[in-house]
Design a protein around this ligand. Sequence first.
Ligand code: PGA
Length: 243
Amino acid sequence: MLNIIKVSNEEQFNEVGAGIIAGLLQTNPRAILGLATGSTPVGVYAHLIELYKKGLVSFAQATSYNLDEYIGLASDHPESYRRFMNEKLFNHVDIDLRNTYVPDGTASNPEQAAQEYTRMLDAAGRIDLQFLGIGHNGHIGFNEPADELHATTHVVALKEDTRQANARFFNSIDEVPTHAMTMGIASILKSKQILLMAKGESKAEVLARALTGPLTTQCPASLLQTHPNVVIVVDQAAGGMLK
Ligand code: PGA
């Protein structure tokens, strides 16, 4: 079931997103979180840090698994997703860093590292809440549009439009990694609850396609329609084409 929440400004967007994550941790302090990177979560994480500082939420017993990581970027590279998570959230709250997992972008054998990530996820049980953004091409995590999608964590060649979209964080497009490691679609859909967040007019078309269009591997986010518990938080612009 898709439950759509439309908010009217950026502050509400971040409050509602953070409130859903904090609410879970309040009722289940040992929750397993699936976390995301990108522009969308930044303000949500900032708001979670505020809630933590006010004593309203604790991550002390929580565990987190991130969706994806660039292949070839070391954990201390400014654009690695491990560093993003440390700087935007983990370093500012009481989570035990040993309970935070991000795929290893520098593994000497990425395929094997992907399989190990899958094994770890399976051993952990089901993710309680998986946080997702959506790419302009309909990707979730780095599950790019394709004729076939992968079930579990795997190595993926990034689409040119994804590399272009992410080039804003690098000095030039040439520095954007060509490959990434990402949780697969089945791993994402296995989560008990999914929180999909999108803001801005540029996401309106893909969001409408994902939520109301046909189920297709060419729009990986469309598979979220098969999940029983998805909360979608959008601003007016991103939700503009949703009926
Ligand atoms: P964004 O990325 O939050 O930076 O828009 C979303 C995504 O590509 O999944």
